[in-house]
Design a protein around this ligand. Structure first.
Ligand SMILES: [Fe+2]
Length: 234
């Protein structure tokens, strides 16, 4: 797909979003995120050139961002992940409402997800997640369980660190207001429990009222086989 040519106003939208995430990047999100932003040399003042970012990312973990239109269907998303490809919205939200995007845009996808995918273990886990979930492309109810696991971890998990609880999910990390909300006493935060997640519905158009707290990255990376065994028993 041909890359959208961003206007000066759209580059300013990126710059405003990037600027207002400064505090969350440096203090509130798991440190692997800021490290990924540094390694990918994401620009503060303009939408980064995806080809340039991909050159670094591919060299690191073999992952690459691939331009897509709109929201990626799980039946194409998980196979992409299994090939170390990550969909990137080919647009940026409007300048008028920085907190809202109708579908995952370049700020959510590129800024929120790609920095995590610089990390070797995270990248391996993501590929495996895609591979395991892709066994169920024709069984929507079972596939749905993987969508939920993905939602409550890769997009919206918190994680315990020696410096206190931090944001781990890219869906939180790419929204300044959701970072504040997630780390406040407003959402219900409970220990990571994939059996609970398996059947838990979520809403995509509001702040997440239920969040799960990971004890470590390993707790997440090691859960896939058990999660899949539970799916297979059904
Ligand atoms: Fe996302």
């Amino acid at each position: 797909m041909k890359a959208h040519v961003y206007t000066p106003e759209e580059h300013r939208t990126w710059a405003r979003l990037f600027e207002r995430q400064l505090n969350s990047r440096t203090r509130q999100i798991h440190p692997m995120f800021a490290e990924g932003i540094r390694i990918l040399e994401l620009e503060s003042d303009r939408v980064p050139d995806l080809n340039r970012v991909n050159t670094i990312l591919k060299h690191r973990t073999g992952f690459e961002g691939v331009l897509v239109i709109g929201h990626e269907d799980p039946r194409s998303f998980f196979p992409m992940l299994s090939e170390r490809k990550f969909p990137i919205g080919n647009f940026i939200r409007s300048a008028g409402d920085l907190g809202y995007t109708p579908a995952p845009d370049v700020f959510h996808d590129l800024y929120g997800h790609l920095p995590f995918l610089v990390n070797d273990e995270y990248a391996d886990f993501s590929e495996k997640f895609g591979r395991v979930a892709a066994q169920y492309l024709h069984e929507p109810e079972l596939l749905r369980q993987f969508e939920r696991l993905y939602w409550f971890t890769i997009e919206f998990a918190l994680i315990r660190t020696p410096e206190g609880n931090k944001v781990f999910g890219a869906g939180i990390a790419s929204s300044a207001s959701e970072v504040e909300y997630a780390l406040s006493d407003q959402p219900k935060v409970t220990p990571f429990d994939f059996e609970k997640i398996r059947h838990l519905e979520f809403k995509i158009d509001e702040f997440q009222k239920q969040l799960f707290l990971l004890e470590s990255t390993a707790q997440l990376y090691d859960c896939l086989e058990d999660f899949d065994s539970g799916v297979k028993r059904q």
